[in-house]
Every structure is written in C-alpha cells, then in structure tokens.
Design a protein around this ligand. Structure first.
Ligand SMILES: Cc1cc2nc3c(=O)[nH]c(=O)nc-3n(C[C@H](O)[C@H](O)[C@H](O)COP(=O)(O)OP(=O)(O)OC[C@H]3O[C@@H](n4cnc5c(N)ncnc54)[C@H](O)[C@@H]3O)c2cc1C
Length: 288
C-alpha cells in the first residue's frame, strides 16, 4: 500500500493554516497524528491533493483555567490525556477513556482534534466529553466560534466544521457532577474499536440524583445523548432497581446498526447493561 502523491505544507500559525485551507478548498485536509488519514489514503478511501500539518500550531497544552475549566489543546495526544496531572481527580474519567483507546503506538500520536473531527460513531472521546458538557473551539478564516460537543456531529464522518475551520481546543467546564465514567465494550482487550461506549456523569447528594448526563457511542450515526434517561434519573433516590430501569430506557434511546462487530440487538442490550454499570460506578466510585 503506497501513499498517493500530495503536496505538503506545515504552516507556522493557525491563521496561515486557515488561509491554506481556504486556498485549496476541498482538495486539502489537515494532518495531525495521521493515524486515520494516512491509512485512508493508503487504502485509497481518501485522496487529498494537499496535506496541511498541524505540527507547528501548538495546541498541545492541557491546563486548568479558573472560571473556564479544563482546556485541552486539539493536538494533545491520547497518551497526553492518560498522563495529564490536570485531569486527575475530577476529570480522571477522561484519562481513563483515553486509556481504553487503541494501543500505545496510536495513543502516542493520535490526537484529540483528529479523534473528534473524524466523527466516527465508535470514537471514544466524544461520549465522555459530551457527558461532561464540553465545548469545542473552531477557528476559521472569518474568526472563531464555540460549539457544544453534542452539536458537533451531523452523521458518520460528518461535522458542522466548515472547510477552512480547525478544531483548536476542547473545554470541559467546571463541574457540579460528583462522579463520571466511560465504559467501553470492544471485541478485544486493547486495540479494538467500541462496539458500545457509555459515558455518564452524575451529581448525587444524600443518595439522590440531582443531575445526570448520559452519552452513548457506537449505537447511532452520531454519539447520542440519552435525554429521556437523564430526565428519568433526576430527583430520584439511588437504588439497583432505579439504575436497572435507567438502563432499559437508555437502550430505547439508541439506534444501532448490525455490522461485522455486533448485531443491532446485541448492541441495544449492551447499552442496557453498560448504562446501569456506568451509573453504579460513577455513583459509588466518583470520577473513574
Ligand atoms: C490501530 C488503530 C486503533 C484505533 N483505535 C481507536 C480506538 O480504540 N478508539 C478511537 O476512538 N479511535 C481509534 N482509532 C482511530 C484514530 O486513531 C483516532 O481517531 C485518532 O484520534 C485520530 O487522530 P489523528 O491525530 O491521528 O488524526 P489524523 O489521522 O491526523 O486526522 C483525522 C481527520 O481529522 C482531521 N483533523 C485532524 N486534526 C484536526 C483538527 N485539529 N481540526 C480539524 N480537523 C482535524 C484530518 O483532516 C482528518 O480528516 C484507531 C486507529 C488505529 C490505526
């Protein structure tokens, strides 16, 4: 498998990168870790004539900004998430989601921006970010805008990003949530894409669920927020029966397909089981 010919640019700043994206239009693609786009080019699924590297654009930091929350640069790699001290404690569920991705070689170079902009339904980071109410900053030739992570995806491989826009950062706002977690089911222990991924964040006080966010991955064309499940949980006292019922409601909120990895029925049942388990974990253990 050889790579087709392409022109390569490595702009020194974001404005220059946006200018190149505008100049070359549909012919151009950004290149970050390359763990997805290079494979697609080798397999002749994609044939961009121009690759614009993000390597000189910074966007690597993971920092806590008071009043804003945790800011994750789009070029942070999955292993940067795993190792980040900033994410320990209240945001450990993000590190743990990243730990469940791929294997070391891919985690060392695959980036947050690439994972999100790919918009693959089974991607692991969108569900945990959605459950934590994260936003995405997009910068283009005409300025910047902020989009809620849950509004970013429009279909498999599709987002609201304009041709000249770059994802520059993800922001997780300060949380009232007392626990959050991401559980992934793959067909192997490592290096497997999610058959189902369930992310939950909960705020529990005196054994009563004050707030809940539930996001499901790999069970619809885009990540799904299970809003009926969230509403059902709010204001209720925690019990095994409650969490089991929440799992049933969540399984009614997904629209999976059958494919080589699992049938739609199996995925639906996994959502039922994993929603219940994720809720229990987040309630009992905090940010895991
Ligand atoms: C063996 C293997 C295992 C994998 N396992 C998993 C897994 O378990 N879970 C999972 O979720 N994924 C997995 N992946 C998929 C992939 O590695 C990740 O999605 C990765 O995060 C992609 O990031 P990247 O930086 O390599 O993207 P690239 O390949 O560089 O780019 C991917 C796409 O994103 C665009 N892009 C890149 N950066 C930006 C940006 N800042 N703004 C806008 N657009 C941008 C590119 O133009 C391209 O279209 C796996 C891949 C491989 C090869």
């Amino acid at each position: 498998m050889y790579l087709p010919d392409f022109e390569y640019y490595a702009p020194e700043n974001i404005a220059e990168a946006c200018k190149l994206l505008t100049q070359f239009g549909e012919k151009a693609k950004l290149l970050s870790g390359g763990t997805d786009i290079i494979i697609k080019m080798k397999k002749e699924v994609l044939a961009p004539e121009v690759l614009i590297s993000t390597k000189n654009l910074g966007m690597k930091e993971i920092e806590y900004v008071p009043g804003k929350g945790v800011v994750i640069g789009a070029r942070a790699t999955h292993n940067d998430l795993v190792k980040s001290e900033v994410l320990q404690g209240k945001y450990a569920s993000v590190s743990n989601a990243a730990k469940q991705m791929a294997h070391n070689q891919v985690r060392n170079v695959g980036t947050v921006g690439g994972n999100i902009s790919n918009a693959v339904p089974s991607a692991d980071l969108p569900p945990i970010f959605i459950s934590l109410n994260a936003t995405v900053k997009l910068v283009g030739s005409n300025g910047e805008r902020t989009v809620a992570m849950e509004d970013l995806f429009t279909g498999p491989g599709k987002t609201v990003l304009a041709q000249d826009e770059i994802i520059t950062e993800v922001v997780i706002p300060d949380q009232e949530m007392t626990g959050s977690t991401y559980i992934k089911f793959g067909l192997r222990k490592s290096g497997a894409l999610a058959v189902v991924g369930v992310a939950v964040a909960v705020q529990v006080e005196n054994n009563v669920i004050k707030d809940a966010r539930v996001a499901l991955g790999a069970v619809a064309p885009t990540p799904v927020r299970a809003k009926k499940t969230e509403e059902f949980l709010k204001g209720k006292t925690v019990s095994d029966e409650l969490l089991a019922e929440a799992g049933v409601i969540a399984s009614g909120e997904c629209k999976p397909i059958s494919d080589i990895r699992a049938s739609a029925e199996y995925r639906t049942d996994l959502v039922r089981i994993f929603t219940k388990r994720a809720l229990r974990k987040a309630i009992d253990e905090g940010h895991v």
